[in-house]
Design a protein around this ligand. Structure first.
Ligand SMILES: Nc1ncnc2c1ncn2[C@@H]1O[C@H](COP(=O)(O)OP(=O)(O)OP(=O)(O)O)[C@@H](O)[C@H]1O
Ligand SMILES: [Mg+2]
Length: 337
């Protein structure tokens, strides 16, 4: 297997609040291979967006990446650069944002400017990193709008975001993220607000663009159906930690963590008998403040036993490529629980 393009090691992103330390991301390890799509899945509040923003170094105080965390980016066989250690205003960090790693945010209107035309906004992104020539930047904007399948790209260049439908705005966001041909695209729930047909088109489009541009994608969602369509590998997150990771087929056919199993039971299946109820996971995701050292899912888990309430399980790779954090599968205890 080639060296990972992005390698996250022991990532801990904490918010220092009056009530205590909120551990939004708490010891995450992940590898993203060149050309791979890695799906990150988990309920609301599991730390998906904070993890993504940490990779872009977009976490603001009172949030902070804790010492010892590493976010290693290794492009073109060069020595890996640790994004977690770069100073905020450094040139290296500016180079990474947009040029090497681009992000599509959860809500398009928060990252599109309402007072600038679409063409101008995409061209500005290209002017930051790719070219100094305004004409060329505009040509890039037109090319990206065409590639994302916008029906009338020339006219869209002249449109303001509020004049476009939700589906078109989402496509504009993707076009903007692709302005600099990034190596890594982080997509944070980019299709949540869209109806199913548009969602399906956008997913197909992203897979095509990944192949055209030779990118890797970190695709964040709470929708397992979306993950099944786009990802090769899946990491399941719960309360700031990865609880299970495997290739997409294994996650769907042989999920081992009770949390993954519950997530799977909560999605509708074609052919499910009409009287059968969809199962919602009991309880809610608590705030990750002052969590006791034990399995974080124990309170909501139907299979929990005494150990689960006393010590924290480690994430253990039982079979090659399939790791699970659960005492039903391994007795190994997390060292820094
Ligand atoms: N700026 C902030 N200040 C304080 N706490 C925050 C901040 N941003 C996120 N959090 C907390 O961090 C935890 C993880 O939040 P995050 O937004 O990463 O969840 P998520 O998995 O992306 O959820 P969703 O599916 O709803 O987008 C939550 O407990 C949240 O309340
Ligand atoms: Mg989020």
């Amino acid at each position: 297997m080639p060296a990972p393009l992005l390698s996250i090691r022991n990532l801990r992103t904490y918010f220092h609040l009056d009530e205590g330390v909120l551990k939004a991301v708490d010891g995450v390890n992940l590898d993203l291979q060149p050309g791979q799509t890695l799906g990150i899945i988990g309920e609301s509040g599991s730390g998906k967006s904070v993890m993504a923003r940490s990779v872009m170094r977009l976490v603001m105080p009172p949030g902070r990446i804790a010492a010892g965390s590493q976010i290693l980016l290794s492009v073109d066989g060069k020595d890996p650069l640790d994004i977690a250690q770069l100073p905020f205003e450094s040139k290296a960090l500016r180079q990474i944002r947009g040029r090497l790693i681009s992000m599509i945010f959860q809500e398009p209107m928060t990252s599109l400017s309402p007072v600038h035309k679409v063409g101008f906004q995409i061209a500005e992104a290209a002017l930051l990193h790719v070219t100094k020539d305004r004409k060329e930047a505009r040509a890039i904007a037109l090319d990206r709008l065409t590639r994302v399948g916008i029906p009338n790209p020339e006219r869209t260049l002249e449109a303001y975001p509020h004049e476009l439908s939700g589906g078109l705005r989402q496509r504009v966001m993707i076009a903007m993220a692709l302005a600099c041909r990034p190596k890594v695209l982080i997509a944070d729930e980019p299709t949540t607000a869209l109806d199913v047909t548009v969602q399906w088109q956008i997913l197909r489009l992203m897979a095509e663009l990944r192949d055209d541009f030779g990118m890797s994608i970190l695709y964040i969602t709470h929708d397992l159906g979306v993950v099944a369509q786009i990802a090769e590998t899946v990491a399941v997150m719960y309360l700031g930690q990865i609880v299970e990771t495997a290739d997409v087929l294994t996650i769907f056919e042989h999920p081992q963590h009770p949390y993954t199993q519950s997530l799977l039971r909560s999605i509708p299946h074609v052919g499910r008998r009409s009287r059968e109820r969809l199962e919602a996971i009991a309880g809610t995701v608590p705030m990750p403040i002052n969590l006791p050292v034990r399995c974080r899912f124990a309170d909501r888990c139907q299979s929990a036993f005494s150990d689960c309430f006393e010590v924290a399980p480690a994430l253990v790779e039982g079979q090659p490529g399939h790791a699970v954090r659960c005492f039903l599968h391994s007795k190994e205890i997390e060292q820094h629980g």
